[in-house]
Design a protein around this ligand. Structure first.
Ligand code: GRF
Length: 210
């Protein structure tokens, strides 16, 4: 079977990267991690990738500060790395950097992000704390295609997670994270199987629903 070449962008802990790698290993995700790119050195995600024999590239944001538009210049470099590794689908897996149009246009409907809330509620940073502060009874996680607006792109999959009384940002994050680890590999599998159809804001999944 044909496998989809993935480029996974990371900045920190890397538990979603691990969930993807485990899904591939278990044979449930027909994909291959062609390259893991990090904007931070020596973070657990990059260490995990190194330990598991995955190709890693550290792109230092400081290396492009001389440009007039450092964000675009950085993403052009990133794009070169993704092209070199023939990446077909880009996954933002805890990637803590806003991506510019240079990357978004090149990977339109081929770049996914995972966010720890039921979008469009609680976009941006500290989504779990936002849900608690708002008194939400249900939160969750969302996998969406990446567009220019932060956490705004067409929604691929969502999973609801209850908020319990006495939850802290940590306990809620952990409950949501368990679901993220199911949802992201599932979305990658649907993409790899060619089952995602994007029309405007809507993503239809072939073979589901009417
Ligand atoms: C996850 O909660 C994800 O939803 C958010 O950043 C966190 C990354 O965790 N975008 P990890 O690095 O994959 O462990």
């Amino acid at each position: 079977m044909r496998v989809t070449q993935l480029g996974v962008l990371v900045s920190g802990r890397g538990s979603n990267l691990r969930a993807i790698a485990e899904g591939i290993e278990a044979g449930t995700v027909p994909a291959r991690i062609a390259v893991v790119v990090g904007n931070k050195h020596n973070v657990p995600a990059m260490e995990y990738a190194g330990r598991h024999g995955l190709k890693t590239v550290f792109l230092d944001p400081k290396s492009v500060t001389s440009s007039t538009d450092p964000r675009r210049a950085y993403d052009r470099k990133l794009l070169r790395v993704l092209n070199e590794h023939r990446v077909e689908l880009v996954i933002l897996a805890g990637y803590m950097r806003i991506v510019s149009s240079a990357l978004i246009e090149a990977y339109a409907s081929r770049m996914m992000n995972i966010h720890p809330s039921l979008l469009p509620s609680f976009p941006g940073l500290d989504a779990q704390q936002q849900a608690l502060d708002h008194g939400a009874k249900i939160s969750g996680c969302t996998v969406h295609f990446v567009t220019e607006g932060v956490d705004e792109g067409p929604i691929i999959l969502q999973q609801a997670v209850p908020v319990h009384e006495g939850d802290t940002a940590e306990t809620l994050s952990e409950r949501i994270l368990n679901e993220e680890h199911q949802l992201l590999p599932q979305a990658i599998r649907l993409f790899a199987e060619g089952r995602l159809r994007v029309t405007g804001r809507t993503v239809r999944i072939d073979g589901e629903g009417a």
